[in-house]
Ligand binder design. Structure first.
Ligand code: CMP
Length: 142
């Protein structure tokens, strides 16, 4: 089925000037960019987005990192978009990420791991609504 998923190009990847290289991976895999915005998240923005991880020991550092510089937030749309995006990203820890994945090629550490992607349909819907209004998301015209 055609799905939508939320992707974030994280501050480390923006700093490295690899936004375009990462977008090309998505487009090359048949995903379309249905929405995009660049934001410098406040610590509160980041904390709310990652509220599900609030009790985890890495929560504080994660929020500090995600608010350390601008990010590019995307809605990706396409057949099986949620799983496809996760395949493209590779494992959360770049040390475990398969060769040729975004995290293997661009990430430095488990925190500075280049990209975020929704992990399921329910999460995707919640994450998309956290950042985008209906009028900011565009249906693919292919
Ligand atoms: P992301 O997909 O954005 O979701 C939560 C983030 O927390 C994750 O990527 C990592 O960057 C970060 N993180 C830091 N430590 C851990 C950990 N031990 N397990 C999972 N995620 C972690």
């Amino acid at each position: 089925a055609v799905e939508r998923t939320l992707s974030i190009i994280k501050p480390d990847a923006v700093r490295k000037n690899v936004i375009g290289a990462i977008l090309s991976r998505f487009e090359g895999a048949g995903l379309r960019i249905a929405a995009a915005k660049m934001l410098h998240l406040s610590r509160e923005d980041a904390g709310g987005f990652y509220a599900v991880h609030e009790a985890r020991p890495f929560y504080g550092e994660l929020c500090d990192f995600m608010s350390s510089g601008p990010v590019l937030i995307l809605v990706l749309e396409g057949e099986g978009a949620i799983a496809k995006n996760r395949d493209l990203m590779g494992a959360t820890n770049p040390k475990d990420a398969a060769a040729g994945t975004i995290r293997a090629d661009f990430a430095d550490s488990i925190d500075a791991n280049a990209v975020h992607g929704s992990d399921g349909a329910e999460t995707a819907a919640w994450e998309i609504a956290y950042f985008f209004g209906q009028r900011e998301i565009f249906r693919a015209e292919s």
